[in-house]
Design a protein around this ligand. Structure first.
Ligand code: FUC
Length: 935
């Protein structure tokens, strides 16, 4: 979209572009990034960069949203439906283990290349096994490279081993003391991923596969007193590879005399034998890193180093002084021009000299010269059909530019600007006929005639149409001016309210940067991923995570950023129909707990948590929410309602009568990732009721489908209700079997409190039970779990408890004892750990939930204001019904309020128990004093 058009659309979307006085909204540091989670993210919804800002070498690791492994394929298991009733029956008989076993064998979706893998891998493995050399004592290993073993996180963290699967030899010489003469020796190698074949002094001593600890006993006559040589061939099929236990487990000792162990940890020699095994069958595809841009400078001693990210205009900076020259770098990722820009200046002429290279972790890549100003990188992902192309184009003022097939060198320029594009052949989940080369060429040609100033101005204009719709000021503490990493450390020691507002605005920044109209939705890491095998595939997990990513969108005035979420729902409603048919013999559509670029909707991973049926219904909750906030009737009629109806049709068919209670229940399913496959988890029933209710209301609004709505009404009243259990808790399951000491991270049965609405102050008994459950579950958790708890406590009007959770979300993730915990990394990315972006979004939404709620029939002002935030002002927060509110509070009390009515509906306001109604007119503003008296 060109910038002018974007600007006009923004005016249509938001009524008027409001520019609020901005307080400094910066993340900043006095040093370059060391780790990826220190680096600063930029993104235009499609191209994302992580900026390290090193002095001698800058590194920008970048992503393109559509680069994933895999390809279009059928994710459904034909004939799975035959097992639905037998699984249900086993569950009804209380045979959970049998039900899970049957489901695992017959009901899970299809993995990639499941049909061919057994034969291909057996062939490949035979070839590996027949290879004889490194185990031979005559093999010369002293020229081989060395690696330190073991590597608990897997060999992938070693440079050169990223994403490596296949066969690798590890060899080590070690000494056995003379005192061990005549003794059998035990060699302990710990856990090895996935198979080892081990030799000692040229003699084969054994092989083990799977998760077992490797301990081999060697008869004394096979051991040399003095030098011995161990050779281990490790075969790894997927993900983590190598010797993955801790250093203590890698040792040798006389049998029964562990205390006399000689450590084998440390340097080993290695040789990669074959890094091309057949692709391992996978349920889902992985989001991939794209490539890396390195800027290499002459070594200099520098002072006054600073690195920052300015949220007000989505530009990052590095600056420093060296030899009397001030150097600056500016970075952004532009949506209107679809390029990432890096602009280098010096305050004296001719001082910009550097060499720039492109490289990537993908093994299969080349770089080449396109023209005198452009270098290109092309890559292909290992296990999949996608190709990527990137162009790097330079424009320099003064000096000399040389482009060869690997680098761009700039010598003695006054300034230099690099523009980077990236594209793949992905068009949509069933079409990979795109031409990335042509896309890159077109984009670079388009910017080649523009000035840096105009490209930057267009970027800022485009970004601010989203960002400037909202502002928040919570006051300032004494740490406000500190670098961000220091602020994180001090946050628990003294109040730093502007850090909370920065965090909320950062959530908005991240959403704008990773989810733009026309693009794909934010995944588990938003847009940013540097690993070939990222945690959980950096995909879309739908039993909390994808939904949480979009929690702040409506309330924090970024409704347009939900468009990519709506497009994935469009896709999933189609693929999910196939799953409904193949697995359930049902109409409509269904989504289980994960999906990816190819929009698989079948159950994945293990039957104890992968068979969870409520994904589609939860997504539909957010379609309805969009309608409630925007009143967009066209969206409701053409897009949301047909999808909501499809999801409801599925459940109208799927719900069955529980033989014990007579209620309609959801079976088989699970309470996300908690205690296995069951009949009738509470969360499902809450979500299904919500779906049915919203469908009925939508049908009424649209004046259609009366008969269908009547069917839903009937079923609605028969669904198993929320129940209070023997500890006064809200039951997580149909049976009263909650464990009060269980602190599991998922708080799924709280769905009815947030994001659902059926448990509220209007249902005091259930609310009390929910509160009891929350207390049992405790205040700890992974990043997203803590963020969810912020929202839940806010909905319960427990502002101080919600605030406590927010402070946990803002606690340091990676400074204590080297072990990461839920909190924030230096770049304020949320730590699950590891990094997962949902907590950032859930946290931002949680703050909004403390200040304004509109889920009932009234807009509540400051419903859960914590004592720690006695004063503040907020502008541009949105309420259901099409209202935008600005208000201020002081000493914990409302001070003033303005409401803008976008739809002209009746506005019902509640502040501290006082309720007023106003009939509004579309486009008009209404002002109130502290007592809700209209001014
Ligand atoms: C769900 C959670 C995990 C993690 C994963 C991506 O499965 O239970 O904690 O967030 O998604």
């Amino acid at each position: 979209m060109n910038s002018r058009k974007g600007f006009c659309i923004a005016i249509l979307l938001f009524g008027v572009v409001q520019v609020f006085a901005q307080q400094p909204l910066k993340l900043w540091y006095k040093q370059p990034a060391e780790k990826w989670t220190d680096a600063l993210p930029i993104g235009n919804g499609r191209i994302g960069g992580m900026i390290y800002g090193g002095v001698n070498e800058d590194h920008i690791q970048y992503n393109e949203q559509s680069l994933w492994t895999g390809g279009p394929r059928d994710y459904n298991r034909k004939g799975a439906v035959k097992y639905l009733e037998p699984i249900r029956k086993l569950l009804a008989e209380g045979k959970q283990a049998e039900a899970e076993a049957m489901a695992q064998q017959h009901f899970m979706g299809m993995k990639s290349n499941e049909a061919t893998y057994a034969v291909d891998s057996a062939k490949w493995f035979n070839m590996m096994s027949s290879y004889h050399l490194p185990q031979d004592v005559l093999f010369h290993d002293n020229n081989l490279r060395t690696i330190n073993l073991p590597i608990e996180q897997g060999w992938e963290i070693t440079p050169g081993f990223e994403g490596l699967d296949g066969a690798v030899w590890f060899i080590k010489h070690f000494n056995i003391p003379s005192g061990w003469k005549g003794k059998n020796i035990l060699i302990s190698l710990g856990r090895i991923r996935d198979i080892d074949r081990t030799w000692l002094n040229g003699n084969y001593i054994g092989t083990t596969s799977g998760n077992a600890y490797r301990k081999y006993i060697i008869p004394s006559d096979k051991v040399h007193i003095g030098e011995n040589r161990i050779a281990v061939q490790v075969v790894n099929f997927y993900d983590k590879g190598g010797l993955t236990s801790n250093a203590k487990t890698l040792s040798v000792y006389p049998e029964g005399e562990e205390k006399n162990m000689v450590s084998l940890a440390g340097a080993w020699r290695y040789q990669v034998q074959d890094d091309n095994p057949p692709a391992c069958p996978r349920y889902n595809a992985d989001y991939q890193p794209f490539a890396d841009l390195y800027l290499q400078f002459r070594k200099q001693d520098v002072t006054d180093y600073k690195r920052d990210m300015d949220l007000t205009n989505a530009t990052a900076h590095v600056s420093y002084k060296a030899d009397g020259v001030t150097y600056t770098r500016e970075y952004f990722s532009s949506a209107p021009d679809q390029v990432m820009a890096v602009h280098l200046t010096a305050d004296k002429p001719g001082k910009v000299t550097l060499k720039v290279l492109l490289s990537t972790l993908h093994k299969n890549y080349i770089t080449r010269k396109i023209d005198d100003h452009t270098l290109a990188l092309s890559l292909k992902v290992k296990d999949g059909v996608l190709r990527g192309v990137s162009y790097l184009h330079i424009q320099a003022a003064g000096g000399k530019v040389v482009v060869d097939s690997k680098n761009i060198s700039v010598t003695g320029a006054n300034e230099a600007t690099f523009y980077l594009t990236a594209a793949t052949n992905f068009k949509n989940y069933h079409d990979v006929s795109g031409n990335p080369e042509a896309i890159c060429r077109k984009q670079i040609t388009a910017i080649a005639t523009k000035s840096y100033a105009s490209i930057k101005a267009a970027h800022i204009r485009n970004y601010q149409q989203y960002f400037n719709t909202f502002s928040i000021d919570l006051g300032k503490g004494e740490n406000a001016e500190l670098p961000t990493d220091e602020r994180i450390l001090k946050f628990s020691q003294s109040p730093d309210p502007s850090f909370i507002s920065l965090y909320a605005q950062y959530g908005r920044y991240l959403l704008i940067s990773s989810s733009r109209p026309g693009g794909g939705p934010a995944n588990l890491q938003g847009l940013w991923n540097n690993l070939l095998t990222p945690p959980w595939g950096s995909k879309f997990t739908t039993n909390i995570n994808l939904e949480m990513n979009y929690w702040p969108a409506e309330g924090l005035n970024l409704s347009a950023c939900s468009q990519p979420f709506f497009s994935i729902v469009d896709d999933l409603s189609k693929t999910g129909h196939e799953t409904a048919v193949e697995h359930y013999g049902a109409p409509g559509w269904v989504l289980h707990h994960n999906t990816d670029l190819w929009r698989g909707t079948a159950p994945v991973n293990a039957s104890n948590h992968g068979i969870w049926v409520s994904g589609a219904a939860w997504l539909c909750h957010q379609l309805w929410e969009h309608y409630l906030y925007t009143g967009d009737q066209d969206f409701l009629q053409k897009r949301a309602y047909p999808e909501m109806k499809g999801a409801a049709e599925f459940f109208a068919h799927f719900l069955v009568k529980d033989p014990k209670t007579g209620y309609l229940i959801s079976t088989p399913s699970n309470s996300p990732e908690h205690r296995g496959l069951v009949a009738g988890p509470t969360m499902d029933h809450q979500i299904i009721r919500d779906l049915f209710k919203n469908c009925m209301e939508a049908a009424k609004v649209l004046n259609i489908d009366k008969a269908f709505a009547d069917t839903l009404k009937l079923k609605y009243s028969r669904i198993a209700p929320n129940k209070i259990g023997r500890y006064g808790q809200l039951q997580e399951w149909l049976e009263d079997k909650d464990d009060t000491t269980d602190t599991h991270r998922h708080v799924s049965h709280m769905w009815g409190v947030y994001p659902g609405t059926e448990i509220s102050l209007k249902t005091p008994e259930l609310l009390k039970a929910a509160e009891q459950s929350m207390k049992y579950r405790g205040d700890e958790g992974t990043g997203w779990s803590i963020a969810w708890k912020v929202n839940i406590w806010a909905r319960m009007h427990e502002g101080d408890h919600a605030y406590l959770m927010l402070t946990k979300l803002l606690s340091p993730a990676d400074v204590t004892s080297g072990k990461e915990k839920g909190g924030v990394y230096h770049n304020l990315f949320d730590a699950h750990p590891p990094f997962q972006i949902d907590g950032n979004f859930g946290g931002a939404a949680g703050l909004a939930e403390m200040l304004l709620q509109s889920q009932g029939d009234v807009i509540e002002l400051l419903p859960a204001l914590p004592t720690a935030l006695p004063q503040g002002s907020i502008k541009g927060i949105c309420a259901r019904g099409g209202f935008v509110l600005d208000f201020e509070w002081q000493n914990g009390r409302l001070k003033s309020l303005q409401v803008i009515s976008k739809l002209g509906k009746t506005c019902r306001l509640n502040y501290a128990g006082k309720i007023i109604n106003i009939e509004t007119q579309k486009g008009k503003n209404y002002r109130f004093n502290a007592d809700l008296k209209q001014l």
